[in-house]
Design a protein around this ligand. Structure first.
Ligand code: SAH
Ligand code: DHB
Ligand code: MG
Length: 216
């Protein structure tokens, strides 16, 4: 399929399967108003996160990189009321938008937003039952460590999802001297592919999504 046809089909599937909630439309408008980076998942990718979360019967979800809460709302969108999301964010202004988004969506009591550097906070998540799904979408240089932590924190049968697995194509065409972020995403993808504890598949949605089932 040529690029234009693919993009029309994406629009078709988005309209078919991924209508946004009012709170999600608010998040995008508020992020734009404040000049925050518009690097949230697409609606179609968000809907995929939602279906995957529901498929593994997720009750405990961890997100690394909240931004304005847009993907968080997708992750929770098909889960029952007793499901809980822990989400990690370093930037206070992003966290502020996300908190307001969770309030507007009526899910504030289901979300624990931990502010601070996820490279530290992810090490402190030790108590409690394991996670059913972990979505990694923060600093790209941290991805290899987040993958290691996912193996500690997931239940057998749980899912590790990694956004930006294609990093705008740089993973397929890194050149002689790729930058640190590209190297890190390539290491994340490679280690996930080679680790016998994971069954991984990387799919071309938006900027690439790594999907990996944790065998345990
Ligand atoms: N998941 C979001 C998008 C996340 S963008 C969505 O799809 O809606 C990446 C986010 O990670 C940004 O908000 C950025 O501030 C945050 N971030 C980057 N490095 C971080 C770190 N070391 N610790 C915590 N958050 C970090
Ligand atoms: C960037 C980060 C993301 O998580 C994303 O989905 C797109 C772009 C970035 O840092 O450029
Ligand atoms: Mg991303």
């Amino acid at each position: 399929m040529d690029e234009q046809t693919l993009s029309r089909c994406e629009a078709y599937a988005t309209e078919l399967n991924a209508p946004e909630s009012e709170a999600q439309s608010w998040v995008r408008a508020e992020m734009e108003r404040r000049g925050l980076p518009m690097i949230q998942v697409s609606a179609l990718e968000g809907r995929l996160l939602a279906v995957l979360a529901a498929t593994v019967g997720a009750r405990r979800v961890l997100e690394v990189g909240t931004l304005g809460g847009y993907s968080a709302l997708w992750l929770l969108s098909l889960l029952p009321e007793d499901a809980r999301l822990v989400t990690l964010e370093r930037e206070p202004e992003h966290a502020e938008v996300a908190r307001e988004a969770f309030r507007r969506a009526g899910v504030a009591d289901r979300v624990r937003l931990i502010e601070g550097d996820a490279r530290e906070t992810v090490e402190r998540l030790v108590d409690g039952p394991p996670f059913d799904l972990i979505f990694v979408d923060a600093d790209k240089r941290g991805y290899p460590r987040y993958r290691e932590r996912a193996a500690d924190l997931l239940r057998p049968g749980g899912l590790l999802l990694g956004d930006n697995a294609f990093w705008e194509g740089k993973v397929a065409d890194p050149g002689d001297d790729p930058d640190d972020a590209t190297r890190a995403i390539m290491a994340f993808n490679r280690e996930l592919a080679d680790d016998p504890r994971f069954d991984a598949v990387t799919i071309p949605i938006r900027d690439g999504l790594a999907i990996a089932r944790f065998r345990g």
